[in-house]
Design a protein around this ligand. Structure first.
Ligand SMILES: [Zn+2]
Length: 230
């Protein structure tokens, strides 16, 4: 009888643990075509999300989160964002890019309803999987597509403080929102995005982009810095 009672609890525990297991996989996605867009284009824009980060925040910012918003119809970047560590805790790369696009659309004299319509035509590329706050914002906007690189699970594994909820779960719970549904493509170009997040809490991990290790007074250990900054 006791065993019978314990069984559902054990199952629940197993399910809960399994809920946040999104292992990095090594699927060959080179043949992936979603919404008519080939994988090579996904790679191109994920690289541009990284480059948008570097151009805004330098070659090895501690908060290495970069985002661009892309119009695939005209094949161009509409706006970009990064986590600028302004002190405002909501300004993650994704929110920063959404704010930049909103300001841009307002400057074009678009109405609020026109702006809401516009999100449904756009794709957001972010070099790391969005936290639940940003994944929710992406769903409230109703982006056409959400494409990310490094997973939350990866960043958790390498020492980042994260909210341990995958975008998959946010999307699953937001499918009844009115407005556009959002296609999600994860783990794009992780061989280039993962290293950007792997050095901050591991002193033996190499720095990206020819940055060098230097003792950080504030952190009490070495972090990567741009040797050309000063
Ligand atoms: Zn976020």
């Amino acid at each position: 009888m006791l065993a019978f009672k314990l069984a559902p609890m054990a199952l629940l525990a197993a399910f809960t643990a399994a809920h946040f297991t999104v292992p990095n996989d090594d699927q060959n996605m080179s043949g992936l075509v979603v919404n008519g867009i080939p994988y090579s284009t996904r790679v191109k824009y994920m690289r541009l999300a990284n480059e948008a980060l570097f151009s805004q925040s330098g070659p090895c910012p501690f908060a290495a989160y970069g985002t661009i918003i892309v119009n695939h119809t005209s094949d161009e970047i509409v706006c970009r964002g990064a986590n600028f560590r302004t002190g405002d805790p909501t300004i993650h790369g994704e929110i920063s890019a959404i704010n930049a696009c909103t300001a841009h659309f307002v400057s074009l004299n678009m109405t609020a309803s026109e702006i809401f319509q516009a999100w449904g035509q756009l794709s957001i590329y972010t070099n790391a999987e969005s936290c639940p706050m940003c994944a929710s914002a992406i769903r409230w906007a109703g982006f056409k597509e959400y494409i990310y690189g490094t997973t939350i699970q990866h960043n958790y594994n390498v020492g980042w403080g994260v909210i341990t909820m995958a975008s998959y779960d946010v999307f699953q719970q937001s499918r009844q929102l009115p407005g556009f549904q959002t296609s999600m493509l994860g783990q794009i170009l992780t061989n280039e995005t993962d290293p950007l997040f792997s050095w901050q809490y591991n002193e033996s991990y190499p720095c990206p982009n020819n940055c060098v290790r230097q003792y950080s007074e504030t952190r009490g250990y070495t972090t990567c810095v741009d040797p050309n900054a000063k």
